[in-house]
Each structure stands twice: as C-alpha cells, then as structure tokens.
Design a protein around this ligand. Structure first.
Ligand code: OAD
Length: 275
C-alpha cells in the first residue's frame, strides 16, 4: 500500500496531471542510498569516511590525477565495484514509470554517476548525467571528446589497496593509447554543455511546471542554480529527503512541498499522483 501524501501535495500533483505539465526531476546520492551505494556527506558517506591513505575529496580533482593517476583510478574502480553490485530500488523504478507514462513531459537531471537510472530503464535522451557516469572513461588529454565504455572485470574490492599494472594498463584511450581518465566531473573542473549539460539543465529549469528534488544536500553548483531558477519562476518545488537542507528551503520559498522520508518509500506515491 502506498503511503498517504499531504492533501496539499496531492492537489499540486493533480493540477500538474490535469494540465499535462512538464516534470523536472533532480536526483542526488540519496536516491541510490537504498540500493546500498554510500552518499557523499551522510554518516557513511564517501567524503565523510575517507580511507586509510587519503581524504577522498582531495582525490576527486584534476590536480590529484595529474600527480598520481594510479591512486585516483584505484578509488574510482573501487566505487565502480559498489555501483555494479547495486540494483535499482523502488525510487528508481517509480521514475521509470513516470518517464514511460508522460514521455516528453519528463526530464531527469541526475548528479549520480552510478548509472542506476539508465539501468532501471529511464530514457537516455531524457536523462542528463550532470556529473558523468562511472561506467565510462575518456582520453585524459582529450584527443577526442568520445566516451569509451570501461573495460569489463576491472573493479577493485579494497578501498585501500594498490592498483595492479595489469589493470592500470587497460586504462588507456582506445584512440591514442594515452592515459584515459574517469568520465566524472572533478572539484577543480567546470560544468560544460558537452559532457555535463549545463545549458540543457538550465533550460529545463526554465521550462518545467514542477521540479522534484530527491536525495540531494544541495552542495553543488548546477543543482543549486536549478533550485534558484525554479523558485524565482514561482514554480512548485517538491523536496524528497529524510532531513532538511537547502532544497527544503527552496521548496518553502517556491510554495512547494517537503516530503520528509526515504525516496524509495515516497516516490511511488508521488508518481501515482502524477500519472
Ligand atoms: P550528499 O551525500 O551530499 O547528500 C545526500 C542527500 O541524500 C542528503 O541530503 C541525505 O539526507 C539524502 N538521503 C539519504 N538517504 C536518502 C533516502 N533514502 N532518500 C532520499 N534522500 C536521502 O549527495 P549529493 O547531494 O548527491 O559530485 O552530492 C552532490 C555531489 O557532491 C555528488 O554528485 C558528488 C559530490 O561531490 C561529484 O562527484 C562531482
């Protein structure tokens, strides 16, 4: 049985459904928490726990990769293993249902690099992975802009181990044979339109009739921009998160709604209100 939504939220969803409005969904690490993938800033989060040898936030940079590519790759191959071991949860599946039901009126901007939305079945053309996808690598010196699927079977299990030569040698650009890098956005890099969909995401924020923000702490630039645009347009923002944060504030300022609980529990009910 679906949990009962607040009547005001039910009315907002019915209004969007009735006028066939566009729905922009913005997801963060929280939606994948119920699939067993750690968030970044939660108690078990990647940026909170760290490892024996490094503080990961220092590692997710172009500078760290230039200094020690083997160390940086090791950490991404460890995370790749966590992502491959995870399955989509009811929150992901609810978004697939919404995508199928409303088609072109649906768009999904995700900060997650785990690829779970696409694996669950969301439409690629309507899914904007604004921080990249850990299943892909690209040339570290940009000989082309092409993305290459990661070689199979190279995940590592131990967060603190050392990457073998045999694995490191496979992390090469198939075009120029130079070093490849993970297809993710690093802290000392900027959003762009080719890989990270800045303009496309801003346009979606300017066009949507409702924005549903799920499981994000609002710590990054483009998601905050989306929240501000939505608030300034007076379009309702719905924040789905067990705890309060910047998107809870956006929800209040937009005249939207807060749903304080786990995405897997509440998203099926929200989607039922929209289709
Ligand atoms: P954070 O780890 O900063 O925040 C995760 C959010 O998910 C928190 O607000 C939690 O309260 C919430 N949460 C936890 N469990 C949840 C659940 N079951 N349902 C719904 N929400 C839940 O992760 P992000 O906001 O995604 O960027 O972090 C943004 C970016 O910071 C990441 O994409 C990553 C990181 O640096 C890059 O690597 C470029």
């Amino acid at each position: 049985m679906l949990p009962q939504l607040d009547p005001d939220l039910v009315a907002t969803l019915a209004d969007i459904r009735g006028r066939e409005g566009s729905v922009l969904v913005l997801t963060g690490a929280g939606i994948s928490a119920e699939s067993g993938i750690p968030t970044f800033r939660g108690p078990e989060g990647y940026w909170t726990v760290g490892s024996k040898h490094y503080y990961p936030e220092d590692l997710a940079t172009q500078a760290a990769f230039a200094r020690d590519p083997r160390l940086v790759w090791h950490w991404y191959l460890y995370r790749l293993g966590s992502c491959h071991g995870a399955q989509p949860n009811p929150g992901h599946l609810a978004l697939v249902e919404l995508d199928r039901a409303i088609g072109a009126r649906f768009s999904l901007v995700t900060q997650n690099v785990d690829g779970l939305h696409l694996r669950a079945g969301n439409t690629r053309e309507r899914t904007f992975e604004i921080h990249g996808n850990i299943d892909y690598m690209r040339c570290a010196t940009s000989c082309t802009a092409e993305l290459h699927r990661m070689p199979s079977g190279i995940e590592v299990r131990d967060c603190d181990g050392t990457l073998s030569d045999a694995i490191f040698e496979q992390l090469r650009c198939p075009r120029c044979q130079g070093l490849a890098r993970p297809h993710v956005l690093w802290f000392d890099e900027y959003y762009d339109d080719i890989y990270f969909y800045w303009s496309q995401s801003v346009a979606l924020a300017n066009e949507c009739d409702v924005c549903i923000a799920i499981g994000t702490s609002g710590a990054t630039n483009l998601p905050s921009r989306i929240g501000e645009i939505v608030v300034n347009r007076g379009v309702p923002l719905i924040d789905v998160n067990p705890i309060d944060g910047p998107f809870g504030e956006f929800a209040e300022r937009s005249g939207g709604h807060v749903v304080r609980g786990p995405a897997g529990q509440w998203l099926p009910a929200i989607v039922a209100g929209l289709v």
